[in-house]
Design a protein. Structure first.
Lengths: 52, 244
């Protein structure tokens, strides 16, 4: 289990909460999904060969 | 400012990738997540300005953006008019052959490049114009544009330079990865660490793009076949009547 912390300003928190409420996701699920997306993207970048 | 703490599971491989990534960017994991969340909030709200949050950017030592200048040079080529068209294009396209910027159709031909192996590179700027604008510039319209320009070529490679402006640089892989259509591949690197190549082989009737003329041709062909059949049948009926 990885625990992460980050700072958010009030407005950002409001936006994030509103979005999560609409999507029925928890903050943890959301951040995890996005982190995995980034990591998958990085993995793909690593696999891509140099463009000639 | 509030301090949020969230917990989730990552596989060992994912943890390792994350560690490598933050090491490469010379940032802490907290910074990584702050930037990620900041990027997400900016995207949700549709206001890229949110990425300029002072708290997030204060420790970031970014290079000044080096935006490739638009090449508006009018093509001088007489060999292939279609090839020259891109030089007068309004789509902000720069043409590169083997990494070398070329400014006329002749210079392409001089390099021994035939139209079918032309490498076209346009620059997609994921800029601060708002979500809708950014999306508009990176969707399949680009493929359509190139297909239209190179209708005479069976298959071409289109290279796009993704140049993330400062506001989006904290989020390169995610932005680049998400904004491009699935059939596009993202290359490893370009000139600067904030620039990536995206490339895609564009074939006729490539997935995600339907040739506009295809359906028109399809209908016309069928109308022709039907007309021919009706004519034949009518002639036969006429012949039968005459013979009786």
């Amino acid at each position: 289990m990885k625990s992460v912390s980050f700072r958010l300003d009030i407005e950002a928190e409001r936006i994030l909460n509103k979005h999560l409420k609409n999507t029925n996701k928890s903050v943890g699920d959301y951040i995890k999904a996005e982190t995995i997306k980034v990591l998958d993207g990085l993995r793909q970048l690593g696999e891509c060969k140099h463009v000639k | 400012m509030s301090n949020r703490v969230v917990a989730f599971k990552l596989t060992n491989k994912q943890k390792q990738s994350l560690n490598n990534f933050v090491k490469k960017l010379k940032i802490t994991k907290t910074e990584f997540f702050e930037r990620l969340v900041c990027g997400l909030v900016a995207e949700i709200s549709g206001s890229p300005e949110r990425l300029q949050s002072k708290e997030v950017h204060e420790n970031v030592n970014m290079e000044q953006p080096e935006i490739l200048e638009r090449d508006d040079t009018q093509g001088q080529g007489k060999i292939d008019n279609k090839l020259s068209e891109i030089f007068s294009s309004e789509s902000g396209v720069n043409l590169f052959v083997n990494g070398e910027k070329v400014d006329s159709a002749e210079s392409i031909i001089e390099r021994g490049v035939t139209p079918s192996s032309v490498v076209v590179m346009g620059s997609v700027e994921l800029v601060n114009a708002g979500k809708r604008e950014r999306k508009k510039k990176t969707d399949n319209d680009i493929l359509k544009l190139w297909r239209r320009k190179y209708d005479h070529v069976g298959s071409i490679w289109v290279f796009l330079l993704i140049d993330l402006k400062k506001k989006f640089r904290n989020d390169i892989p995610r932005v680049a990865y998400e904004k491009l259509p699935k059939e596009w591949k993202i290359g490893k690197k370009a000139y600067k660490y904030h620039q990536y190549f995206a490339y895609c082989e564009v074939k006729k009737n490539a997935k995600g793009y339907t040739e506009p003329k295809f359906w028109l041709n399809f209908i016309i062909n069928w109308i022709t076949i039907l007309r021919f059949t009706i004519k034949c049948l009518a002639d036969r009926v006429k012949d039968t009547r005459i013979s009786t």
